[in-house]
Design a protein around this ligand. Structure first.
Ligand SMILES: [Zn+2]
Length: 175
């Protein structure tokens, strides 16, 4: 398994927000709900994945067991995101095809389907493209939050391109 696109990522329960933003930015991330570090690490190892964690103990245990792990330091959220992208060797790319809740692919749907599934009237008025996650029964469209998402993508790219703050990254285990 190569670094980057094909790398399987698993986020621990502390990183729900991080996992959602990574999905918005094109990275596939699973969330894991186990509370116990050993169970989390066993899961990550079994799936040949890389753990995202802000728990130093879990990170040290992963290193000892030679399990892929990215430790996210305590920084502001934009820098944390940039840190993860740097570790993955990727840049944020706004993704419209993945459910931010469950990580599954979302499907383009018709406006009438969106209308029949309780999409707010103003969203129907202002948009023509809608997407659907059949697992979460959630409809997606490009609402006003889209500006917020684009701005964050710019900030993260800015951090990635302008500062050598990320020089001494703990890298995922080479494969
Ligand atoms: Zn979903």
């Amino acid at each position: 398994m190569q670094k980057g696109e094909g790398q399987k990522l698993v986020a621990d329960a502390m990183l729900v927000k991080m996992a959602r933003w990574l999905r918005l930015f094109g990275v596939s991330v699973k969330e894991i709900k186990y509370k116990n570090d050993k169970m989390i690490l066993a899961y990550v190892k079994r799936n040949d994945a890389t753990l995202l964690t802000c728990d130093r103990t879990a990170y040290q245990m992963a290193r000892k067991r030679r399990i892929g792990c990215i430790f996210i330091p305590n920084m502001d959220f934009d820098h944390q995101l940039a840190y993860v992208f740097k570790a993955l060797g990727r840049a944020p790319k706004i993704n419209r095809l993945r459910c931010t809740l469950c990580n599954r692919q979302i499907m383009p749907i018709s406006k009438s389907f969106a209308k029949s599934h309780n999409t707010p009237a103003n969203a129907l008025r202002q948009n023509n493209k809608f997407y659907y996650c059949s697992a979460c029964k959630k409809i997606y469209w490009h609402g006003s939050h889209w500006v917020h998402i684009r701005k964050r993508a710019w900030r993260v790219k800015d951090i990635l391109s302008s500062r050598p703050i990320l020089g001494s990254l703990p890298q995922p285990r080479p494969r």
